[in-house]
Design a protein around this ligand. Structure first.
Ligand code: PBG
Length: 324
């Protein structure tokens, strides 16, 4: 055979060589499992567009976190569903708020598991925006920074190992770093949602968190899906302000940016395979149009190949089982 590639075929087909020449690895240790925590006793409430993902009261969240840890998943990412919402989003920085309570309970039961807390106001505000609203309906960036800083300190005090701001206000990484340092939490890292796009793929999440904006949209502060250079610039700013890990979100439609941002920043990089990406695969698999296992493992491998060190995915537990 004149084609050198062909020499590898037989060995690759037997399996053993495939592993040896494979460039990209995928394992449970790459995953972060996102969870929705809610008030209540013995509550486990399905989310329609996200089969197998539920809103969990604290005891159930502790169980789920333990299962994730047993599957070799090193970290969970917590989203809080407060009992009540208000104009400012005060549930976010309440020391007895839902994320704070869940963080304490999960850390107590699983001290080795890393708890990452999502930091945003949109799950807590009555209007569903990620910050303070001015009289003209726009978001007041700088006033929001103080509330985010209070929330970060409250989450860190509750035991969060990593703080993950997803609000997309300008200057928030610097403001959080300062507030955490002032509280003596110089060792608490920040995972910044740096290149977070104004995406239709967050639809199922907003149903889960009841956080769709009551008016307008998030295009003022989230990024335009058409803008790649801007995403690189925004991420550089987060790194300058002190981000320890950067993120690209969503993942699959933005693989080019995972690649570019990894090359540009040389920082640890997380990619968020978001709710809509999960819902698409689940829907197609349920209809019998796709083989879920093969599709998910391929997609997650490709997110890693593009340059992600960390993959945040609602498929984490299922994928970890498939990889065993
Ligand atoms: C909060 C936040 C959102 C997501 C993560 N953090 C929603 C949004 O910005 O509207 C989306 C995650 C997902 O879709 O899985 N700002």
């Amino acid at each position: 055979m004149p084609f050198p590639q062909t020499r590898l075929r037989r060995l690759r087909a037997t399996g053993a060589l495939r592993g040896l020449v494979r460039e990209t690895s995928l394992s449970a240790s790459d995953f972060v499992y996102p969870m929705f925590v809610a008030h209540g006793i013995d509550r486990r409430e399905p989310i329609e567009a996200m089969p197998a993902i539920d809103r969990l009261s604290i005891a159930h969240a502790v169980d789920e976190a333990k299962q994730a840890a047993e599957l070799g998943i090193p970290a969970v990412l917590l989203f809080g569903l407060p009992a009540a919402k208000d104009e400012e989003g005060s549930g976010a920085w309440d020391d007895e708020g839902i994320v704070q309570l869940a963080t304490r309970a999960i850390k107590e039961a699983n001290p080795e598991l890393i708890v990452i807390t999502d930091l945003c106001l949109c799950e807590y505000t009555s209007h569903g925006h990620c910050g303070v609203i001015r009289s003209d309906g726009s978001v007041d960036n700088d006033a929001t920074l103080d509330l985010l800083a209070r929330t970060a300190v409250s989450q860190a005090r509750a035991g969060a190992d990593v703080i993950a701001p997803s609000d997309m206000m300008d200057g928030r990484v610097g403001a959080l770093r300062q507030a955490l340092d002032d509280d003596g939490r110089v060792d608490t890292p920040i995972l910044a949602y740096s290149a977070k796009f104004a995406s239709a793929f967050y639809g199922p999440f907003r149903e889960a968190a009841d956080s769709a904006p009551a008016f307008g949209d998030r295009r003022g502060y989230q990024m335009d899906p058409g803008n790649g250079d801007e995403a690189v610039r925004e991420t550089r700013l987060d790194v300058e302000e002190g981000a320890d890990i950067v993120m690209v979100k969503p993942a699959l439609p933005y693989l080019d940016l995972i690649h570019r941002i990894k090359a540009d920043t040389q920082m640890p990089l997380a990619a968020y395979n978001v709710s809509g990406e999960y819902a698409m695969v689940k829907a197609a698999a349920t209809a019998g149009y796709l083989d879920e296992r093969a599709t998910v493992l391929e997609a997650l491998t490709c997110i890693r190949r593009a340059g992600a060190d960390i993959v945040i995915t609602y498929h984490a537990k299922e994928a970890a089982r498939w990889l065993q």
